[in-house]
Design a protein around this ligand. Structure first.
Ligand SMILES: [Fe+2]
Length: 198
């Protein structure tokens, strides 16, 4: 069964309480990167990527895969590339990234693993995720959840956002340091984001 938050007042209040119960960490960062997928290359600031709430829909045991696309899946295709870096801007090879997100309608799959998957960075610390642009759901702007694990580093749980979305400013968890760089590419979008592990 897939879980889609209901658009009732009670559901919105419930969502607000959930969000209030797991608010974003207040510290800021500016994760930045190298060129990937034809995107411009922001510099690495070396400041750790901020942590944000895991939220209610994380599910352990996601499959290893770099594409979350499945036959019949609706939505705008999104290819996200980037790197996992140290605070000295060195690449972290073999870091595990575990992604999960809502579908284009704002629904999470809480019984299976639709739009959930993990992968490891390559020798250059790089990753590549093919997915769809997530939809909004009550109380939340569009976002992609991720956990990043690397040996000798504390686990990072955070969320990524799309620039220019009207919902960003209404979302109490949204943080501009977690914006992906996004541009249109054909009928889809390409995005970049580098994680810096503290
Ligand atoms: Fe979420």
């Amino acid at each position: 069964m897939r879980c889609r938050p209901r658009h009732t007042r009670a559901a919105v209040l419930g969502a607000a309480l959930l969000l209030a119960g797991c608010g974003a960490a207040p510290h800021k960062t500016a994760a930045t990167s190298t060129a990937t997928a034809g995107q411009p290359a922001p510099r690495c600031s070396g400041r750790p990527t901020i942590a944000e709430t895991e939220g209610p829909y994380f599910k352990a045991g996601s499959p290893a895969r770099t594409s979350l696309l499945q036959t019949g899946m609706r939505g705008t295709r999104l290819v996200l590339t980037g790197r996992v870096l140290t605070t000295r801007c060195a690449p972290v090879a073999g870091a595990l990234l575990d992604f999960w997100q809502a579908d284009a309608s704002g629904s999470y799959d809480n019984s299976g693993y639709r739009l959930r998957g993990h992968q490891l960075t390559d020798a250059g610390g790089r990753f590549r995720l093919t997915t769809v642009v997530p939809g909004e759901y009550p109380g939340r702007t569009q976002h992609i959840h991720v956990k990043v694990r690397a040996p000798g580093k504390p686990e990072l749980t955070t969320q990524l956002y799309l620039p220019g979305e009207p919902g960003n400013e209404q979302d109490a968890i949204f943080d501009p340091s977690l914006l992906m760089q996004v541009r249109d590419a054909g009928s889809g979008k390409v995005a970049t984001f580098d994680f810096v592990l503290g």
